[in-house]
Design a protein around this ligand. Structure first.
Ligand SMILES: [Zn+2]
Length: 138
């Protein structure tokens, strides 16, 4: 490892902001405590974001499932919004003709400017990881 003693003006610890004046050129933290605190916080923040995304997807799924259970295949975005539905939380998107079709786990639906429609239960056919990639739908 290469250690240098030189002027490192402008390099600061990512955690506490202390000026870093020694150590490896790519040193990011003034001490191991700062490094641990920084990565622990980032990991914690990541888990919170993940929980929020999962909660939104689960809420959307519950709303869509309830609609299907009640025999309802369309709903206005304003009603959905009141129920806590978040249109941006999806597990898939594709084009079917001119229509945008979205998926929330195994429920599919189309969305226009003010409503969703054509809500259908549609089991996921393959076991590939579900993602936000475009799906090939017929
Ligand atoms: Zn520090």
């Amino acid at each position: 490892m290469k250690y240098e003693i030189e002027d490192r003006e402008g390099k600061h610890c990512l955690e506490c902001g202390t000026s870093i004046t020694y150590g490896r050129q790519d040193k990011k933290f003034c001490c191991s405590k700062c490094r641990n605190d920084y990565y622990n916080r980032r990991s914690h923040d990541h888990r919170i974001i993940e929980q929020r995304i999962n909660a939104a997807l689960n809420r959307n799924y519950s709303i869509l499932k309830k609609l299907l259970d009640d025999g309802v295949t369309s709903a206005t975005l304003s009603d959905l919004s009141e129920w806590g539905f978040r249109p941006e939380s999806i597990t898939g998107h594709g084009k079917v003709g001119r229509h945008d079709q979205y998926r929330c786990y195994e429920i599919r639906y189309f969305q226009s400017v003010n409503k969703i429609f054509g809500i259908t239960f549609s089991p996921i056919r393959n076991t590939a990881p579900c993602s936000l990639t475009r799906e090939r739908e017929q």
